[in-house]
Design a protein around this ligand. Structure first.
Ligand SMILES: [Fe+2]
Ligand SMILES: [Fe+2]
Length: 261
């Protein structure tokens, strides 16, 4: 099934084949049914849940609140991009992404509820990191200005590649329920990153002058996301030796588009 391919493999597909394969609900449905069938709110219903020690639960809640801001930004960003995407197949892909991001937000809010948070919405407002909130604000500005390449780069490369790496690292050390929720999200994010790279890669080959604008966006925005996720990994108590991995997928993705760090 296509969803099992890694980001690199998706990227290696012939651009035309990629365009035809991923820009459809047909492909989306076959992907998600492979890993969501039988789950409820992103995890198997009878997965044994042990109560977390209070300090660990507190840290997890804060981290999930930050993820909720990232997913809200992606949901609002992707839905805004539908309005000025350059062609119909791209609008179709983005509509599958809107569904994915809405699902991510839903399962994360639900997970907060499972952890005993009575009002997840208020908790996100209370705990979320100012840097990720600022990223959301700037992303939505790029969307409002209908700057297709810049908004897509900020969302489907900068935000998604970092989320992908952090969710993967977190899933390795998380409790079984959170790990399963994150593993499902990561599979969706792979498609989104692949789409962003494919679309931007083609445009940069056609019009190399666009690179300067994207370098500007990268310089403005990547620190905000990087700061948030570095803090996330500290919250999770991951050893320092694992932290350099944080930007790996992100750096690989921007390197494939021809940007250095
Ligand atoms: Fe997402
Ligand atoms: Fe995404």
């Amino acid at each position: 099934m296509g969803d099992e391919r890694g980001v690199e493999e998706v990227h290696d597909l012939d651009p035309r084949e990629f365009f035809e394969r991923v820009h459809s609900f047909e492909s989306w449905f076959h992907s998600v049914e492979g890993y969501l069938t039988g789950t409820e709110y992103g995890h198997r219903p009878r997965l044994g849940e042990r109560p977390l020690p209070p300090a660990e639960r507190e840290r997890l809640i804060t981290v999930l609140c930050n993820y909720c801001v990232g997913e809200t930004a992606a949901l609002e960003g992707a839905s805004g991009l539908v309005g000025f995407a350059p062609n119909r197949p791209t609008k179709v892909f983005l509509s599958t992404q809107v569904v994915d991001e809405g699902r991510h937000l839903e399962v994360l809010l639900h997970r907060l509820g499972e952890l005993g948070v009575v009002d997840p919405e208020a908790e996100v407002e209370r705990r979320a990191n100012p840097a990720i909130r600022e990223f959301r604000r700037r992303l939505l500005e790029l969307v409002a200005s209908k700057d297709w390449e810049a908004a897509l780069f900020a969302q489907n490369v900068v935000l998604e590649a970092m989320e992908f790496t952090v969710f993967q690292s977190h899933a390795r050390s998380a409790d079984p329920v959170t790990a399963e929720v994150l593993a499902g999200i990561v599979k969706d994010e792979r498609r989104h990153i692949g789409f962003g790279e494919n679309e931007l890669g083609r445009r940069l080959r056609e019009s190399p002058h666009r690179r300067a604008r994207l370098s500007e966006v990268k310089r403005d925005l990547d620190a905000l996301v990087l700061d948030t996720f570095e803090e996330t990994l500290r919250e999770l108590g991951l050893p320092a030796s694992e932290r350099p991995d944080l930007g790996r997928t992100y750096l690989a993705a921007v390197a494939r588009l021809g940007f250095g760090r």
